[in-house]
Write a protein that binds this ligand. Structure first.
Ligand code: PMT
Length: 215
């Protein structure tokens, strides 16, 4: 397989010294990259800013904003047969980034946020991607219902649901526990384990999906 994997957060600048972001460390996405390389696959990693070293064996594209991630994915996805979207992409960016540092005044500061492109949601429609498409969903409530809705809306073959209301798993933790949702309506829980192990287990499922597609 040749996989495209997105990982980490995006950073949306407010001015030259401030930005909006989220708590993603990149650990889950990088664990998937390692699992794919171990299994002998080719990997294109599109990574937001993280404190992790990208494996040399992967082709890595470093990005900062959601728009940059969108552009990198648009460029790379056509050469891949499988895509896993693990990145925590900011849904909104600041409208009108200030060129100079915003000064504190007596007034409140109001930021206008505008929508970022939905990268995973563009895979089928805009990028014309017909390979195995895997999305993640980071949810704090009604986890499976929201994840199911995302899987259908974004045209995924597999959706990895992550309950990020839990303190022991998810964002910036060493371990994870996820539920896999399949298009058939079936689901499978991958019980609490290191992200490395969860990455390997997800990859095996993705390999099976890929094999089922082979003529
Ligand atoms: O990085 P870690 O600290 O290891 O944490 C791992 C994780 C919690 C970030 C990871 O397991 C996870 O759940 N990733 C998805 C995070 C997320 O932003 O989910 P979402 O429900 O907001 O987005 C749904 C899907 O659409 C995701 O596949 C996301 O990559 C994609 N998306 C979202 C918004 C957007 N503008 N473009 C996208 O492609």
């Amino acid at each position: 397989m040749k996989l495209l994997i997105t990982a980490g957060p995006t950073r949306e600048p407010i001015d030259p010294v401030r930005y909006l972001t989220n708590r993603s460390s990149g650990k889950m996405g990088y664990a998937l990259v390692e699992a794919a390389l171990e299994a002998g696959h080719e990997v294109v990693l599109v990574s937001g800013p993280v404190n992790l070293t990208a494996p040399k064996a992967a082709t890595t594209v470093q990005v900062e904003t959601a728009v940059e991630m969108y552009e990198a994915v648009a460029r790379e996805i056509g050469s891949c047969d499988t895509a896993i979207f693990c990145a925590a992409v900011a849904d909104y960016r600041v409208d009108g980034i200030e060129a100079s540092k915003i000064k504190k005044t007596e007034d409140e500061l109001i930021l206008k946020l505008i929508k970022n492109p939905d990268i995973l949601g563009s895979a089928r429609s805009e990028f014309g991607f017909s390979g195995v498409l895997v999305g993640f969903a980071a949810e704090t409530d009604d986890v499976l219902a929201h994840a199911q809705e995302k899987m259908e809306r974004k045209g995924c073959d597999l959706l990895v649901a992550n309950d990020v209301s839990r303190r022991d798993i998810g964002f910036d933790r060493e371990e994870n526990e996820v539920t896999l949702l399949f298009r058939s309506g079936e689901s499978q829980v991958l019980s609490l384990a290191s992200k490395k192990r969860i990455g390997r287990e997800i990859l095996q499922v993705v390999e099976n999906l890929r094999d089922q597609r082979k003529p």
